[in-house]
Design a protein around this ligand. Structure first.
Ligand code: SF4
Length: 301
């Protein structure tokens, strides 16, 4: 396996509670990764010898600005490229935004991704924020981009078999399952027989949260990088014997239903919807592989 990317979930805390959020980010969550924890993860990444870039994400990483900056500095000092994903809540007037971004420009990032969409706020203020950050990024020479999450919708165009399909770029995991599936067309559960988005057999990037959990996909874990070196977590990972990944590789989320005889509905919006619902049911049986609780909305709903 050759991991090239680490995505640090510095915190699950966020100033917003977006309906599409994979990780149930919320103002009501606490906790951030310590500098010591970040260093431990970086040491493990260095030992692997294949990691090229580190992304700082959340929750909202700008809520822990000094820690985020230091995490960037350390990453750059070790030769990793660095990226940030933020909802841009801190973007206000042009001059103020310059002050937020100047230290980041000085350290150097390969990517500053700002997620801006109608889930985050009103349309016109969002447009204004995008304009401000684009101007500041231009002034500072920062490679900034805007990610737009489109609201899920039923496409006019029929699918291959003539059935309606769900458009938009939302993936149905985390809070999106609780908030967005209602009224959307569904596919028979037996057809959801592969994982469409993750390289579970040979992951190229993992998410590591502030508790140290190493996630292949949000809430699907293979170990803890604060309890043992990341290189060891990766070398001990055996996809076929993992209780969740094994079935997913053999037949997608539908195989989880079959392997563990899970109760199910007749249809789900897409593979991730069934996968998330199945994993929620399996958490008590496989707590080591499915966590932490907040990835499943524990304590929030
Ligand atoms: S099918 Fe499951 S493991 Fe694959 S991307 Fe969707 S939620 Fe993640």
């Amino acid at each position: 396996m050759s991991l090239t990317g680490i995505h640090l979930l510095l915190t699950y805390k966020c100033n917003a509670e977006c309906d599409h959020c994979f990780v149930w980010g919320s103002p009501f969550l606490e906790g951030t990764m310590t500098l010591e924890g970040i260093q431990a993860v970086y040491n493990g990444a260095e030992e692997l010898g294949t990691v090229e870039h580190v992304y700082l994400e959340g929750g909202e990483p700008f809520l822990y600005y000094p820690v985020m900056l230091r995490a960037m500095e350390e990453a750059r000092a070790l030769g990793f490229e660095c990226g940030i994903v933020t909802n841009g809540y801190w973007i206000t007037a042009l001059d103020d935004t310059v002050e937020w971004l100047r230290p980041i420009a000085e350290i150097g990032v390969m990517d500053l991704s700002i997620s801006s969409d109608l889930f985050h706020g009103e349309e016109e203020p969002e447009r204004q924020k995008v304009k401000v950050v684009e101007e500041v990024a231009r002034q500072l020479g920062l490679p900034a981009g805007v990610i737009t999450i489109e609201e899920p919708c039923v496409e006019e165009t029929p699918g291959e078999k003539g059935e309606p399909i769900v458009g938009g770029s939302v993936r149905f995991r985390g809070r999106a399952v609780a908030k967005l599936v209602k009224g959307l067309p569904r596919r028979p559960w037996q057809e959801l027989n592969e994982c469409p988005y993750e390289r579970l057999d040979d992951p190229k990037r993992v998410h590591i949260d502030y508790l140290g959990y190493v996630h292949l996909c949000q809430g699907l874990t293979i170990g803890n990088a604060l309890e043992k070196p990341l290189a060891q977590v990766m070398s001990e990972y055996d996809p076929t014997s993992h209780p969740i990944v094994g079935p997913l590789l053999s037949g997608g989320p539908a195989a989880l239903v079959k392997r563990y005889s899970l109760p199910h509905e007749e249809g789900y919006v897409e593979a991730c919807h069934l996968c998330y619902v199945a994993r929620e049911m399996l958490r008590p049986q496989f707590p080591e592989a499915l966590g932490p609780g907040q990835m499943y909305g524990e304590g929030l709903e």
